[in-house]
Ligand binder design. Structure first.
Ligand SMILES: [Fe+2]
Ligand SMILES: [Fe+2]
Length: 320
């Protein structure tokens, strides 16, 4: 799937010097990785300026160092996010980057409970951030390396879906956490599909499209078999491509037979896919994405009522 997991991309904007542990950072030059900073050297404001001049957006960490980095970032995340001298853009970048790192590990091994625990903590942070911050939905284009599209996408769906649930429904904290985990894992089944298919720039053949559609059922079956995931999580994974009119997949259930959390995930999923760059097309603006989705409501894709709520909530967050 995400190729090149020997190296992890790190958005330069997400590096906060005081919170950066002693790990080496590399620049990517063609297909080579060149040492940018050794573990001992501190990342400074000059580094930011220099990299900015060179239009570099990402530095890379060896996967062997990623555990040190994640542990460091995750244990300081609460403190970082409550700092008053960091603006909300900086905070959201740090949070997105940390969430993406966490989800990559979760997609690589969804069974070890330590990864699940990390993701639960991450969901708590995302939840708190989306409920307090008014700029949650910043574009992720600059934050996430395009090879890592799927991870950026699931984090965005999670933030949106938690925001929707928080605004619209009164869920217990445990249930909210499961909504978050389900949203983070909704496309887990994509790990069963070859990257050749996922990264194709031209249209998919019927067979390839059929394979991609399998990600819902395959993800569901795999995660269910381990016994670690609740029904809320499994419902989101299985039903997030079911359409309100019954023409979705994998089962074709319709209307409110589709679990509510999966209906919300479906709306957030389509929005996220529209506003991000994809191998086959460029990103849409927020306004265009909403327009496209409104037409989709007329075609029967989503519950009109839920979509109206969604539109109101994301418009507000986007200052529309
Ligand atoms: Fe999906
Ligand atoms: Fe998705």
């Amino acid at each position: 799937m995400a190729k090149d997991l020997l190296w992890r991309a790190l958005s330069i904007d997400s590096i906060s010097p005081e919170y950066f542990p002693k790990v080496a950072l590399y620049l990517k030059n063609g297909s080579n990785y060149v040492l940018y900073k050794d573990p001992e050297r501190v990342f400074t404001a000059d580094d930011f300026r220099r990299l900015e001049r060179n239009l570099a957006k990402f530095l890379y960490v060896r996967s062997g160092d990623i555990d040190v980095l994640n542990e460091h970032v995750e244990s300081n995340l609460g403190e970082m996010l409550s700092r008053e001298d960091l603006n909300s853009t900086a905070k959201s970048r740090i949070l997105y980057q940390a969430s993406v790192n966490c989800v990559i590990d979760m997609f690589e091994s969804p069974e070890p409970s330590v990864n699940l625990l990390r993701c639960r903590n991450m969901v708590e942070h995302i939840m708190q951030f989306v409920s307090e911050d008014t700029h949650t939905m910043e574009s992720l284009q600059t934050v996430i390396d395009c090879d890592f599209y799927i991870f950026a996408h699931v984090v965005q769906v999670t933030a949106l879906s938690l925001l929707m649930h928080e605004k619209l429904f009164k869920l217990a904290p445990d249930e909210m956490n499961d909504v978050g985990i389900g949203s983070l894992m909704h496309d887990y089944g994509m790990t069963f599909i070859s990257s050749a298919v996922l990264e194709r720039k031209d249209a998919l053949s019927d067979i390839e499209y059929w394979k991609v559609k399998q990600h819902t059922q395959k993800g569901y079956e795999y995660l269910k078999s381990g016994g670690n995931y609740s029904d809320i999580v499994l419902n989101i994974v299985r039903y997030h491509h079911e359409r309100y009119d019954g023409n979705g997949y994998p089962t074709g259930i319709k209307g409110n037979e589709i679990p509510r959390s999966a209906q919300v995930a479906m709306i957030c999923d389509v929005y996220s896919a529209l506003v991000m760059d994809r191998p086959r097309r460029k990103a849409n603006s927020h306004t265009d994405a909403i327009k496209i989705m409104r037409d989709e409501v007329k075609n029967g894709a989503f519950s009109p009522e839920l979509f109206n709520y969604f539109e109101r909530i994301v418009n507000e967050r986007n200052g529309v």
